[in-house]
Write a protein of this length. Structure first.
Length: 514
C-alpha cells in the first residue's frame, strides 16, 4: 500500500470537513489522529480512510499504518485549504510579478503552507518541463511560506493566502495544480465527457485515435520527446529568475522563446488532450479536503463558443470528485493584444464579428449565472497589451480574496464589480442599468464605449452617469441606436468606470441575443 504524495510533514488539513487520508494498493490501513483511530481493509486499487471533522488548530501529528508499516507525519495544521488551478497565469511564480522579490523578502509565515502537484504527462512518470522555471517533475513535500519557497510558487496563490490567513486568522494551505497552455478538456475526468455535447465527440475521437497507435513505438517517441525537452531547458535558460534579476520583470518576459518548446506526440500521454491532466495530476490529490478553488484558465480555449458548457461540466467534476460543494473563484481572461496579429488596429466595425477573447469572457460571465457558487473576478485594468502573462498578480489576488471573504466566509466585504443588467433605447440614447453600481465614477471623456444602429457599425459614444447610477450612452452619428458594447475586444484601451469601492466595470455587449 502507498500513501498519496500529498501526505507529508507540514501539511494543512481542511477544518470542519471529514478528513480523508488515501493512497493506492490493497490491504489494511490504520489512521490515528487526535485520539481517533480508524482501521479499514481494502481490496480495490485506491483506498481512503475518513476521519471526523476538526476545528482549526495545530501543530499535530498523525500516524498511518499500511499493512503493518508505520508512517508518522508531524507539524500538521488544520485550517482552510484552497486549490489554485488552471493555466500559466495561475502557475506564474512570484518572481515574475511587479513586486515579487520585495514581497518575498518579508513574507515568512508558519501558518501558510504550499503544495505543488508535479506536472506529468503520465502518472508516475517523472519528466523534464519548463515554463517560468526549469523543473523535473519529482514529488516535493508541503513547504512553509518563506522567501525561498514563496518566490517560485504561484503568485496568485501566495498573495491570496496572505490575505485570507490574516483576515480569517486560521492556517491556510494552497495546492497548486496547473499547466500552462492546456485546454479545459485536459482537466476533466473521462466519465464526464459522455452525454455532454460539447465534450463527448472529442473523447470518442481521442479514444479511436489511441486504438491506432503502436504503443511500443509511441513509448519510444515519448522518450525522444523528453530528451528534446531536456535539451531545450539546457540551451534556452530564458525568462528564468536570473534573467529577471538582471533585466527586470518586463524585459525578461521578452526573452522567452516558447515557440521552440517541443510538444508531446499525440496519444494517451499528450497533456493537451481530453482527461490527460486529470489522470496525471488531479487524480493524485482527489479527494483531499478543500474549502474552495481558484481557477485561471481559458486562454487555450479562446476561440470556443461552447466554453460555458465545458466549464460547468468541469465544476460538476471537481465538486463530485473532491466531495465538496465548494465555491469556485474564476478569473476573467485578462486584456491582451496579440502584437503579431491583426489586433493592433481596431476599426470601429471590428468588434461586431471578430472571434476573440471577448466571447470567451462573455461565456465566463454566463457561467456565473448558470452555475451555482461560481464567481468571476474581472481583470479590467490589469492586462498587458504585449504579454499574455500580466504582472499585476497582487492586485488580482486582492480582488479574488475579497470575493472569497464575502462568499466563502460571509464577511461584509465589498467584492462585486459592476456588471451589465439591461438596456433601454429611447430618444436616440441607450440607458444602461448595471448591478453593483453604487457610486459610479470614472474619466468619462476617455472611456471607449461603442454604440451602433441597425447597420451594426460601431461608433465611439459619449458616456454620462445619472444620479441613480445608470449609464447614458449616445452618439450624433447614431440617431437610432440598437446596441452598446464596452470592452468587448481583446484589449480595452479605454479608461475604466468604477463603483465606489474601486472595482471596475466588467466588459459587456447589449446585443448578445440580438
Amino acid at each position: 500500500m502507498q500513501l498519496a504524495k500529498i501526505f507529508t510533514d507540514h501539511l494543512v488539513l481542511q477544518r470542519e470537513m471529514p478528513i480523508r487520508v488515501f493512497g493506492t494498493g490493497s490491504g489494511t490501513a490504520v489512521v490515528r489522529f487526535l485520539g481517533e483511530e480508524v482501521t479499514k481493509t481494502f481490496s480495490e486499487e485506491k483506498w481512503c480512510v475518513e476521519l471526523s471533522p476538526r476545528p482549526a488548530g495545530g501543530p499535530f501529528e498523525m500516524e498511518i499504518e499500511l499493512n503493518g508499516e508505520t508512517i508518522t507525519l508531524s507539524d500538521i495544521l488544520i485550517g482552510d485549504v484552497f486549490l489554485a488551478c488552471g493555466q500559466s497565469n495561475m502557475e506564474m511564480p512570484l518572481f515574475r510579478t511587479e513586486s515579487g522579490f520585495a514581497d518575498a523578502a518579508h513574507c515568512e509565515n508558519e501558518n501558510i503552507r504550499y503544495f505543488t502537484v508535479p506536472r506529468r504527462y503520465k502518472k508516475g512518470l517523472d519528466t523534464y518541463n519548463y515554463h517560468f522555471i526549469d523543473m523535473f517533475s519529482t514529488d516535493t513535500p508541503w513547504a512553509i511560506c518563506k522567501e525561498d519557497t514563496a518566490i517560485n510558487f504561484s503568485a496568485i496563490g501566495h498573495y491570496f493566502a496572505e490575505i485570507i490567513q490574516k483576515e480569517a486568522d486560521v492556517p491556510v494551505g494552497i495546492i497548486s495544480c496547473n499547466w500552462g497552455g492546456r485546454r479545459i478538456e485536459a482537466f476533466i475526468e473521462k466519465s464526464y465527457f459522455y452525454g455532454e455535447p460539447s465534450l463527448e465527440s472529442q473523447m470518442r475521437e481521442f479514444e479511436e485515435y489511441n486504438k491506432t497507435l503502436d504503443m511500443e513505438a509511441y513509448e519510444k517517441e515519448i522518450l525522444a520527446f523528453e530528451e528534446d525537452v531536456k535539451q531545450y531547458i539546457l540551451t534556452e535558460q530564458a525568462g528564468c529568475m536570473e534573467n529577471v534579476l538582471k533585466m527586470g520583470v518586463y524585459a525578461a518576459a521578452d526573452t522567452i522563446n516558447l515557440d521552440r518548446f517541443p510538444y508531446p506526440p499525440k496519444g494517451p500521454y499528450d497533456s493537451t488532450s481530453p482527461a490527460t491532466l486529470w489522470d496525471s495530476m488531479f487524480s493524485e490529490i482527489v479527494p483531499y479536503g478543500a474549502k474552495a478553488m481558484l481557477w485561471y484558465q481559458g486562454e487555450s480555449n479562446g476561440s470556443d463558443r461552447d466554453y460555458c458548457e465545458k466549464y460547468l461540466t468541469f465544476l460538476r467534476c471537481i465538486r463530485e470528485q473532491f466531495k465538496s460543494d465548494m465555491e469556485v473563484y474564476a478569473v476573467e481572461l485578462a486584456p491582451y493584444l496579440r502584437h503579431n496579429a491583426d489586433y493592433r488596429m481596431h476599426p470601429n466595425d471590428t468588434f461586431v464579428t471578430e472571434n476573440n477573447w471577448a466571447y470567451l469572457r462573455e461565456q465566463q460571465q454566463e457561467a456565473t449565472v448558470k452555475g451555482k457558487k461560481n464567481y468571476l473576478i474581472t481583470t479590467q485594468g490589469l492586462g498587458d497589451m504585449y504579454d499574455i502573462h500580466p504582472k499585476r498578480k497582487k492586485e488580482l489576488a486582492e480582488r479574488m480574496a475579497k470575493k472569497a471573504l464575502r462568499y466563502t466566509y460571509g464577511l461584509d466585504v465589498p467584492a462585486d464589480q459592476p456588471v451589465y443588467r439591461s438596456a433601454e433605447f429611447k430618444d436616440g440614447k441607450a440607458y444602461i442599468t448595471l448591478d453593483n453600481a453604487e457610486g459610479l465614477f470614472g474619466r468619462l471623456w476617455s472611456v471607449e464605449m461603442k454604440i451602433a444602429g441597425k447597420d451594426k457599425v460601431l461608433h465611439p459614444a459619449t458616456v454620462e452617469i445619472t444620479e441613480d447610477n445608470r449609464l447614458v450612452v449616445y452618439s450624433e452619428n447614431v440617431p437610432e441606436p440598437i446596441l452598446v458594447r464596452y470592452g468587448f475586444c481583446m484589449y480595452n484601451f479605454s479608461s475604466q468606470i468604477y463603483n465606489k469601492y474601486g472595482l471596475p466595470l466588467a466588459p459587456f455587449r447589449t446585443d448578445k441575443d440580438a
